[in-house]
Write a protein that binds this ligand. Structure first.
Ligand SMILES: [Zn+2]
Length: 485
């Protein structure tokens, strides 16, 4: 059986499942199963897509974000790449069993390992396309001209321009996808389209009536819903060229939600005397550009949709200050301080503070000492310094329109998948074992999730297969998709 994974970055369950006009997504939902997909912490595209592929949590992968803050004096940020991650993934397992994979825009599989198949890199870490084999680059140029990896300046474009750029990018991406679906030999094909994420970051406040900045009747109110409708048409074009024995997974590793404002974590650490600067910057400065007094610094933070705090531990960090003996007590104290933080109105920011070992199976180096999220992900965490305030309002140029949320979406359809309807409590880490099992591959023991099939239908399936009645139901659902004539 072939496996096609259609990754839609940030596709939010309420929009994907709640719009009756999305005929093709609904055809898939009716033919298979679907639901909210609980993501990992942090809900960032890196590491989420890597966790999806390996079935392992960020702590076990030691990959917490794109940049790994360090207090190396020469390079405060180490760029993460897939190189140190030798964990078995869905496609390494499929390749091991002699099959061909095609990956287009999957974060952060860079540099691509040499395997049978085609790889087109994701927008990070490089701005330029990187392909394997290199001849693929020529094929793409011939097909669409230049390949837009991402929209270049999403925060600075005028809204009409941003919308146009995203459509141009997505149309080209899907053209490339259709080309390789039709013109290469593949057993596993995965694409990740970044367009939904970029569009929602640019237009959420126009769509969602909740944010204070929303203006009813504004000209961009339907931009997001219209884009989902556009995605539905792209899905139709893909379904038209698939063979009947294809397993289809539509997936987003996280969703998005409204953004209340930004909390400046490193500003707060500076005020608390935990992060000590040689000099407070005159202008807004990213963490890696700050002049940090490491001899006096105890903690620094990395922001995003949720945040990580790193402790300057003696013996672990090059210029550590915190004795290991005091580590646990100190960690609890910082946790209490974080929980006591309020917003600019004096209301609690509802910090949820987690120790990595509480939520990860393993904690590899590079993982923060504490993880924190504010206001159920409605507050972004900002790690630059120089804002002269702890709070950024919703219209601050350092913010955009939405934050990532804890739940992405999935729709799964396969010729022999007995799972139907809405399924609850599905985790991102369950996806890799599910795909491998349904595809007839072995599931590596490193994968921490459980196959949905094994977990959810142990009392439905039997050694003999499906009952006649079950087969009839599945047959009926699949015939609507053109799987069975
Ligand atoms: Zn995003």
């Amino acid at each position: 059986m072939k496996i096609l994974v259609i990754g839609l970055d940030g596709a939010t369950p309420e929009l994907l499942f709640g719009d009756e006009r999305l005929d093709n997504f609904r055809r898939l939902m009716e033919a298979g199963c679907y639901g909210h997909l609980e993501t990992v912490i942090p809900p960032h595209r890196i590491p989420a897509w890597m966790c999806m592929a390996t079935g392992q949590d960020p702590g076990s992968l030691g990959t917490w974000g794109l940049d790994k803050p360090t207090n190396n004096p020469h390079n405060n940020l180490e760029l993460i790449s897939s190189k140190p991650i030798w964990e078995p993934s869905i496609w390494s397992q499929i390749a091991r069993e002699g099959k061909r994979t095609c990956l287009i825009g999957v974060p952060l599989w860079y540099p691509p390992q040499e395997r049978k198949g085609v790889w087109v890199s994701c927008p990070l870490p490089h701005k330029e396309i990187y392909t394997y084999p290199t001849s693929v680059n020529k094929q793409i140029r011939k097909l669409i001209g230049s390949y837009p990896m991402d929209v270049k300046h999403p925060r600075f474009y005028k809204k009409n321009q941003l919308q146009e750029e995203i459509y141009t990018m997505s149309r080209k991406h899907f053209q490339v996808v259709r080309y390789f679906l039709q013109n290469t030999d593949w057993d596993y094909f995965q694409l990740v389209e970044i367009g939904p994420d970029r569009l929602q970051h640019g237009f959420w406040r126009f769509h969602d009536p909740q944010p204070p900045l929303h203006e009813p009747g504004n000209p961009y109110q339907e931009v997001i819903r219209d884009y989902y409708l556009y995605l539905d048409h792209e899905l139709a074009a893909i379904l038209d060229i698939l063979s009947e024995d294809t397993l289809i997974l539509v997936i987003s590793c996280y969703g998005v939600q409204r953004l209340e404002g930004g909390f400046c974590l490193n500003e707060w650490l500076v005020r608390e005397g935990l992060l000590v600067l040689n000099e407070y910057p005159q202008e807004i400065t990213s963490f890696n550009q700050l002049s940090v007094n490491w001899e006096k610094t105890l903690v620094w933070g990395e922001g995003g949709y949720s945040a990580g705090l790193f402790f300057n531990v003696k013996g672990r960090e090059p210029r550590g200050t915190l004795s290991e003996v005091n580590y646990e007590k100190f960690r609890d104290e910082i946790g209490k301080k974080l929980k006591a933080i309020s917003n600019d109105q004096g209301k609690s920011l509802e910090a949820v503070v987690l120790k990595p070992e509480e939520i990860y199976t393993k904690v590899r180096p590079g993982v923060p000492d504490l993880l924190v999220q504010f206001g159920d992900f409605s507050w972004r965490v900002v790690d630059s310094v120089g804002h002269q305030t702890l709070y950024l309002q919703g219209n601050d140029p350092y913010l955009d329109d939405c934050n990532h949320g804890q739940f992405g979406s999935f729709i799964l359809v396969a010729p022999d998948n007995p799972l139907q309807g809405e399924i609850e409590k599905v985790r991102l880490l369950d996806i890799a074992p599910t795909l491998l099992e349904l595809g007839g591959y072995s599931v590596p023991s490193s994968m921490q999730g459980k196959s949905l099939r094994a977990d959810k239908v142990s009392n439905v399936t039997t050694d003999e297969g499906f009952s006649a009645e079950e087969e009839e139901i599945i047959r009926e659902r699949l015939s609507g998709l053109g799987y069975i004539g």
